[in-house]
Design a binder for this molecule. Structure first.
Ligand SMILES: [Zn+2]
Ligand SMILES: [Zn+2]
Length: 261
């Protein structure tokens, strides 16, 4: 049991971190810089962490930039206010993501470009060979370690297979529906769902993030903790990344909070 739980939570947090750190804060917003070696390292880290539900940086970034531009309007690719439930929103998001990730639809110029490119890895991550193969590896792990007779553990397998989109949907649904607001002047329904976001590594500070889109730290108030930002600070101290906009974000936060108070 301990082995399965460690495996599940290990996969959950590595996948959530790859999404917020690499796909969101780096590929979509360029909140920090890193050299070619570390960029490739985290591109590989993302495909390994997300496995069968790998989201490529280009498709993710286009979708996410659209979300910021059209947040909670009809044109938002994933607003809970324009979908009847969690699953229909996920399904709609999947279709729009696929259009851009597989190059079926040309995005508006303002949403494309400046994303990490590694065609070989992206093609592999989107292939059925990889999706089915990595999904089968999770199943083999469960077959090897689930104690005899405790078949209920196998119900966790679909969560492994769809981990990336599930994290995205939790953030997109919860973060625009439930929680409190620090920035009242954002033109959307964004909320901060958890004051300490251990669940999706800082992503549920949606209102803070929409209120100051360029700030690398999604926490604003003293009681809020953004775990990914703390890891990023450590990475910066180790010389792996260079965080941008720290001072400016702090200044604009203070101004914005005064305005919204
Ligand atoms: Zn964003
Ligand atoms: Zn949002």
């Amino acid at each position: 049991m301990a082995t399965i739980l460690s495996f599940f939570f290990g996969h959950w947090f590595l996948s959530a971190f790859s999404q917020t750190f690499f796909l969101h804060r780096y590929a979509s917003h360029r909140m920090f810089t890193m050299n070619r070696f570390w960029e490739r390292f985290f591109h590989l880290f993302t495909i390994l962490a997300q496995g069968p539900s790998y989201l490529n940086p280009k498709g993710y970034a286009i979708l996410h930039r659209m979300h910021h531009a059209y947040s909670d309007t009809e044109l938002d690719p994933h607003s809970p206010h324009h979908s009847s439930n969690f699953f229909t929103m996920m399904w709609k998001t999947k279709h729009i993501y696929d259009d851009y990730a597989y190059g079926r639809v040309e995005p508006k110029k303002q949403f494309s470009g400046d994303t990490p490119e590694w065609p070989l890895v992206d093609r592999l991550g989107q292939s059925w060979f990889f999706r089915v193969g990595s999904g089968a590896l999770y199943a083999l792990f469960y077959i090897a370690f689930v104690p005899e007779g405790e078949w209920g553990w196998f119900l966790l397998l679909p969560l492994h297979w769809f981990m990336g989109p599930i994290h995205g949907a939790i953030v997109n649904w919860g973060g625009h529906k439930y929680g409190y607001v620090n920035f009242k002047k954002t033109k959307d329904e964004s909320r901060n769902s958890l004051p300490i976001d251990f669940l999706v590594m800082g992503e549920l500070f949606q209102n803070n993030h929409h209120g100051r889109g360029t700030a690398p730290n999604f926490a604003v108030k003293w009681f809020e903790v953004d775990p990914s930002y703390q890891i990023m600070r450590l990475m910066q101290a180790l010389g792996m990344i260079q965080i941008l906009n720290q001072a400016e974000a702090q200044k604009s936060t203070e101004t914005s909070l005064q305005l919204s108070a």
